[in-house]
Design a binder for this molecule. Structure first.
Ligand SMILES: Cc1cc2nc3c(=O)[nH]c(=O)nc-3n(C[C@H](O)[C@H](O)[C@H](O)COP(=O)(O)OP(=O)(O)OC[C@H]3O[C@@H](n4cnc5c(N)ncnc54)[C@H](O)[C@@H]3O)c2cc1C
Length: 388
């Protein structure tokens, strides 16, 4: 089934990525999870291998490869059991850099996109605010034009790579009275006076620096406006489709990893004189969970194929995240149960997997918001179009 999408080149790429992660990342994961800080040097190593530029133009040092290479990157990042490290990478490559590539001017791209692909500059995407999460249009951060600068004031929260990144892609209101039609997107260099960040403590994704960010009279050149003024909301919505599929793919991959781990464990663990994988109650549970996971994976590959062909698959990407993140949470809960008390111990992978997975139905659009979007598409025949 998977051969429909993955060629021999894809498989070779997967193997070299796996080898890289085992050698350069896995030995450090526990430290990064404990300290909440990822070693900076890993970024340039990822860059040198081309992993940060898979889908970006060769002009900026990217590889210009199809979307299934991205699928492989996302899947393998989930299979080393650090949702936080994976998030740091995909938030840089698929949140911040997606906006850079699509909306930034040539000058900004030369300075920031090339360096992002090389792993020399790391980005974050700042949309969520303390008073505006699901309600993106309710954001309060403003950008006021004053001669040849914009002056930014406001705050953002829950930002992945929010503390240690080098630049910030920030949504702010340029025309507040227009609501969601008055939002624009800017690039702010971390070194700009008036930018400050605080690290947040959280349930999972512990290797990732989730930050709260304040902008106090931050002056940036007008050239740092990305795309057109007041078009920010449509840019955000446009990229949400791929972000949601990404989170769906992450979910099926970590569920597959958890199931494979649990299966190995159940083969070895004995109770009442036999391997626990011989108890019908557990066997049937595995059968159900595996079926759910495979359904999500197959669906997600089909949606990836749509994106690969340039289709704007908002409905399907929304369904992907809604269903896959729920499935992954169920898989984590049950797999932890299969391990009994060991499932609850940090020495075994399930505790971290359970914590990390819980963000799936929250980040990048909660399941409730996704159901709202799907209801509008299915019941009200609303159609979403890409930004022009
Ligand atoms: C670890 C982490 C990393 C994140 N990374 C980023 C990032 O890099 N960049 C970024 O911009 N954001 C990021 N986020 C923010 C994330 O996208 C938001 O948390 C999410 O969109 C929800 O917003 P909120 O937290 O303000 O919840 P709220 O909007 O306050 O929602 C609270 C509850 O109300 C429900 N609700 C709200 N409106 C409705 C409605 N209309 N109908 C039914 N129910 C509703 C929600 O579903 C939720 O259950 C991150 C969050 C976390 C926790």
């Amino acid at each position: 089934m998977n051969n429909i999408y993955f060629t021999e080149e894809h498989n070779l790429f997967r193997q070299s990525l796996k080898d890289f992660l085992q050698k350069e990342v896995v030995p450090n994961i526990n430290n990064w999870e404990k300290s909440g800080v990822i070693d900076k040097s890993i970024w340039t190593k990822l860059g040198e291998m081309g992993f940060l530029g898979i889908n970006y133009p060769e002009t900026y040092g990217g590889l210009g490869l199809d979307f299934f290479y991205t699928v492989i990157l996302l899947e393998e990042l989930q299979k080393i059991n650090s949702g936080g490290f994976a998030a740091a990478v995909w938030a840089h490559v698929y949140l911040a850099m997606t906006h850079l590539n699509a909306e930034a001017s040539e000058t900004i791209k030369e300075k920031y996109l090339s360096a992002s692909i090389a792993g020399e500059k790391i980005g974050c995407l700042c949309i969520t605010e303390p008073f505006g999460g699901s309600d993106v249009a309710g954001m309060r951060t403003t950008a006021v034009k004053d001669g040849n600068v914009y002056v930014i004031n406001g705050s953002k929260t829950f930002i992945t790579n929010g503390v240690y990144s080098d630049y910030l892609i920030v949504a702010a209101k340029t025309t507040p009275e227009l609501g969601n039609k008055g939002i624009s997107i800017f690039l702010i260099d971390r070194e700009t006076p008036g930018v400050s960040a605080t690290k947040l403590d959280k349930l999972g994704w512990r290797a990732s620096d989730t930050g709260e960010i304040a902008f106090d009279n931050v002056k940036i050149p007008v050239e740092n406006l990305m795309g057109e003024e007041n078009k920010g909301f449509s840019y955000i919505m446009q990229h949400f489709a791929s972000e949601r599929l990404i989170m769906g793919i992450n979910a099926h991959a970590r569920a597959e990893f958890a199931l494979e781990y649990a299966l190995e464990y159940m083969k070895e663990r004995k109770a009442f004189g036999k391997s626990i994988n011989q108890f019908q109650a557990l066997r049937h549970k595995i059968a159900d969970l595996y079926t759910e996971m495979e359904f999500c994976k197959t669906f997600n590959y089909a949606v990836a194929n749509q994106l690969n062909k340039g289709e704007y698959a908002v409905k399907e990407a929304t369904m992907s995240k809604l269903k896959s993140t729920k499935m992954a949470d169920e898989v984590m809960y049950e797999c932890l149960q299969f391990l009994g008390g060991y499932g609850y111990m940090e020495e075994y992978p399930m505790a971290r997997l359970l914590r990390d997975s819980r963000l799936g139905p929250i980040g990048g659009g909660t399941s409730e918001i996704l159901r709202e979007i799907l209801s509008k598409i299915i019941i009200d025949n609303k159609s979403y179009k890409p930004a022009t």
